[in-house]
Each structure stands twice: as structure tokens, then as C-alpha cells.
Write a protein that binds this ligand. Structure first.
Ligand code: SAM
Length: 214
């Protein structure tokens, strides 16, 4: 096991995190024990964050003490790996859909460092009172208004760092993805410094990951 970032490991071209709840799988991922430590395989086809890391993302702001507002948490596939890493931090997982949220609520029951918030991420004023200061906003929402949602939350929570996974086709199906990404980068670049960017093909087609700083 080679450490890629604190809490993130690489072995034979695959990524792993240390399982916070040994013996338990979240999405049927592979478990592997090395020197008495149980690791969970982090699947880049199921998690855009893993895809971005495998693509060489240099900025990875999820750390042991990170406090993260996660927009579009769904059933918690990626959030579970953040929870493995941020063992002394906290993750607020926001999603608007009932079905995946139900699974995320159950997952939060097993992990001490996550809580669910069922809400529309486009209306951060609704959940602002439930969220303490955060170090990072992570967003993975495939909606036309995804950039506006991200900027609004970054502003409301005054987050120092942000990661957004952008799906070009949700913004404009007719335009080539590169054109969409250029427009998005220009818009986000007006407010924040884009520190790193990675196209996520082939694991996530027509997606880009942007890591930004205030
Ligand atoms: C691609 S999935 C997220 C997958 C997840 N991030 C992962 O890696 O495990 C996108 C999620 O965004 C949620 N979503 C879409 N619009 C939303 C909104 N306005 N507010 C909150 N969640 C939203 C959907 O319900 C869906 O669960």
C-alpha cells in the first residue's frame, strides 16, 4: 500500500481508504486486509472523486479533521470514503431525493462523522442553521443550474475550498463539452482561483473536476 494523500492509498493501480467500520461494505466494494488494517477499494466508476485522483489531481483537501458540506450525496458512495479519511472531521450530506437519502440515513447510523440533510442544494438558506463552519464544499449534482448552486453555497458558507464535478451534458447537450467547461471555468474563475482541473473520461464521460480556492 502506497500513500497517495493522507488517508488515501494506492495498490496495483487501485485506490483504497481505511475502513472506518471494519467488516462492512457500503456498495459491494472489495475489502482487503494488509498488516491487520482493513482497506476498502474506492471504485472510480462509482465515484468521480476516485476518478479525479487516478487522473492525477494534485489538490485533495479531504483530511483527517476536514469539515465537509457535501451537495448531492445520494446514498453515500463517495461520502463513505470521505468518512474513512475525515475520522476526526464531519460530513454534512445534502440530497433532495428520498430514495438514495434513505440509504444514506442508514449509513450515517453506522458512521459517527456524517449526518444527512434532506434539502434542495439550491436553497442553502434552508439548511444554513444546521451546518457549522466547513472547510470544504464538495458538489456532485447533475443539474443545469449546478454552477449557480455551487457558487451560492460557497458564498453562504464562506467555504475556503471547493470541489465541483461538472457534467457538461446537464448544462448544454448541444455544445461540445470543452465549450461548456470553458464557460463554466470563466464563471467560477470570476470568484475563485481554480487550482486544479481534471477531465474524468472514461470513468465519467463528459465530466470535469474543478478544485477551487477562495
Ligand atoms: C450523480 S448523483 C451523486 C453521486 C454521489 N455524489 C456519489 O459519488 O456517491 C447526483 C445526486 O444529486 C442529487 N441532486 C440533484 N439535484 C439536487 C439538488 N437541487 N439538491 C440536492 N441534491 C440534488 C440527486 O438526487 C443525486 O442523488
Amino acid at each position: 500500500m502506497k500513500q497517495l494523500f493522507p488517508g488515501v492509498y494506492r495498490h496495483n493501480g487501485r485506490l483504497f481508504t481505511v475502513n472506518l467500520t471494519p467488516g462492512k461494505r457500503v456498495y459491494n466494494e472489495r475489502l482487503m486486509t494488509v498488516d491487520g488494517v482493513e482497506y476498502r477499494s474506492w471504485n472510480p466508476y462509482r465515484s468521480k472523486m476516485a476518478a479525479a485522483l487516478l487522473k492525477g489531481l494534485k489538490k485533495f483537501p479531504v483530511k483527517e479533521h476536514s469539515r465537509i458540506l457535501y451537495l448531492g450525496v445520494s446514498s453515500g458512495t463517495t461520502a463513505s470514503h470521505f468518512s474513512d479519511i475525515a475520522t476526526r472531521g464531519f460530513i454534512y450530506g445534502v440530497d433532495v431525493a428520498f430514495r438514495p437519502m434513505k440509504r444514506f440515513v442508514a449509513l450515517c447510523g453506522e458512521r459517527h462523522n456524517m449526518t444527512p440533510i434532506m434539502a434542495d442544494a439550491g436553497r442553502p438558506e434552508k439548511y444554513r442553521p444546521m451546518v457549522d463552519a466547513v472547510d470544504l464544499i464538495y458538489q456532485d449534482i447533475s443539474q443545469k443550474s449546478q454552477v449557480a448552486i455551487f457558487l451560492k453555497n460557497m458564498e453562504v458558507f464562506e467555504a475556503p475550498e471547493g470541489i465541483i464535478m461538472i457534467k457538461a451534458r446537464s448544462i448544454d447537450v448541444a455544445l461540445p463539452p470543452k465549450k461548456v467547461f470553458d464557460t463554466v471555468k470563466k464563471e467560477i474563475g470570476k470568484h475563485y482561483t481554480i487550482e486544479d482541473e481534471r477531465r474524468l473520461d472514461p470513468q465519467a464521460k463528459d465530466h470535469i473536476c474543478l478544485a477551487v480556492k477562495r
